[in-house]
Design a protein around this ligand. Structure first.
Ligand code: ATP
Ligand code: MG
Length: 427
């Protein structure tokens, strides 16, 4: 019996992988411009990191983690998200002591969640995320949002909806919590099973429940924004002012609480319509208590994460074609025993010159080699037969125009390299 790929995972084959590379490169470019540096943390961590860092009452920790015991009996989890590990690393390497504050980091890598797979929901998916640690300045909240929006904009994605909220802090959240519990108390029994258990542990999360019944029950529930304290209220106003100044349109959604337990103050989501039930393509927010809860020095932080999978689905649903390069610079067509040997050397020289070049390895006839050159979208074809070899020349054909030229064999690599630049300029 043949073996298949595990459910909720995907192979990315040539043809599609160029899109991934393009998006990843664009993310890296953007981070460089915003002065965020890459951080790479392990794919697995101690389970406790996520229990503490993501939160015991979250869907991730309650239902979605890939957790196992290693041969040494340790509890290990494949990372379901990036923030907890970045924060662990920040604390572990005492980056709070770095004179460059805030510490601005980004990551791109696979995450693992045991979920019910559907379009845009995978068990292994790739997240691009950023974290800015060490600053309370609301302008960094706006910067982080601007970076996420900037990526979509530069990829050509449009019609996005940015929703923002403030979920308060340890001062104002308990006040709101009391109002909420009082409001929901009478109808507690009618809530879904998850929410009944959330009721005592983390009632705020009930506002985030996707069950219709819970949505209806929480319709009139008090909003956190009505209870923001003297720190959080002006902070939220400033974040919004910065966004306006940056020309970033937003909607305040006082019911958006986000899935992770550690959020404080700013929370945001970016939505796009078009690929089934899922609309959120990016989520982020502030987590001022997280570093301390993981055992670090008390430092504030803010970040976001988005999956490349959902970026791709958005591009697809908006019919956006990324300008990816798939073509070959040169395909070497060789006919005859000597010519085939020469082709091996010329090919090597072309590649050393930095050109993307290939040749036939299937013993194809000339016509089939030309077809292969076309399939590979070669911009020029270099043709050598034993006759040409004897004369010390090769024929160079520019595929777009059909123009052919005989060039001295010793000069042909340089000739093609120069030719490439001209084609590039004419584009
Ligand atoms: P959802 O409500 O869709 O489950 P979430 O709140 O679990 O999202 P976060 O933990 O905030 O999502 O993750 C941030 C981003 O990571 C999401 O906006 C989405 O782009 C992406 N993401 C999360 N889970 C998956 C998944 N299983 N497959 C693909 N992308 C995902
Ligand atoms: Mg989820």
């Amino acid at each position: 019996m043949s073996i298949h790929i595990p459910r909720g995972t995907a192979d990315v084959l040539p043809g599609e992988v160029e899109l991934w590379q393009f998006i990843e490169q664009k993310s890296r470019d953007l981070c460089q411009r915003f002065n965020y540096k890459e951080i790479r943390t392990p794919i697995f961590e101690h389970t406790e990191l996520f229990q503490r860092g993501v939160g015991e009452t979250t869907d991730i920790v309650e239902k979605e983690m890939y957790t196992f015991q290693d041969k040494g009996g340790r509890n290990i989890t494949l990372r379901p998200e990036g923030t907890a590990a970045v924060v662990r690393s920040f604390a572990e390497h005492k980056l709070f002591g770095d004179p460059n504050q805030p510490v601005k980091l980004y990551y791109i890598g696979p995450m693992f969640r045991y979920e019910r797979p559907q379009a845009g929901r995978m068990r292994q998916f790739t997240q691009f995320g950023v974290e800015a640690l060490g600053s309370y300045d609301p302008s960094i909240d706006a910067e982080v949002i601007a970076l996420a929006m900037g990526l979509y904009e530069e990829l050509g994605i449009h019609d996005l909806r940015l929703e923002v909220n403030s979920v308060g802090c340890n001062t104002c959240r308990p006040v709101h919590r009391d109002h909420l519990v009082q409001h929901l108390g009478e109808r507690r029994e009618e809530l879904c099973a998850d929410c009944q258990s959330r009721f005592d542990r983390n009632p705020l999360r009930i506002l985030d429940c996707k069950a219709e019944k819970c949505k209806e029950i929480t319709k009139q529930a008090p909003n956190i924004t009505e209870h923001l304290c003297d720190d959080c209220s002006p902070n939220f106003e400033q974040v919004k002012e910065h966004l306006t100044r940056l020309g970033i349109a937003y909607h305040v959604n006082p019911r958006m609480v986000r899935g992770l337990d550690y959020y404080t103050q700013t929370a945001f989501e970016i939505m796009a319509e078009g690929f089934g039930a899922i609309t959120t393509i990016c989520g982020g927010g502030r987590y001022n208590g997280l570093v301390e809860s993981i055992g670090g020095h008390d430092s504030p932080g803010i970040g976001f994460a988005m999956s490349i999978e959902r970026v791709l689905l958005t591009l697809q649903s908006q019919k956006i074609e990324l300008p990816v390069k798939r073509e070959l610079d040169c395909y070497v067509v060789a006919v005859g025993e000597q010519a085939e040997k020469e082709a091996v050397c010329i090919l090597n020289k072309l590649r050393k010159h930095g050109l993307r070049a290939d040749k036939d390895y299937q013993g194809r006839r000339m016509r089939a080699q030309f077809k292969a050159a076309d399939r590979n979208q070669a911009r020029v074809t270099l043709i050598i037969g034993d006759d040409e070899l004897e004369k010390g020349i090769a024929v160079v054909r520019t595929m777009a125009t059909g123009e052919q030229q005989e060039v001295n064999l010793n000069e042909v690599v340089n000739f093609i390299a120069t030719n490439m630049n001209t084609i590039e300029e004419e584009k």
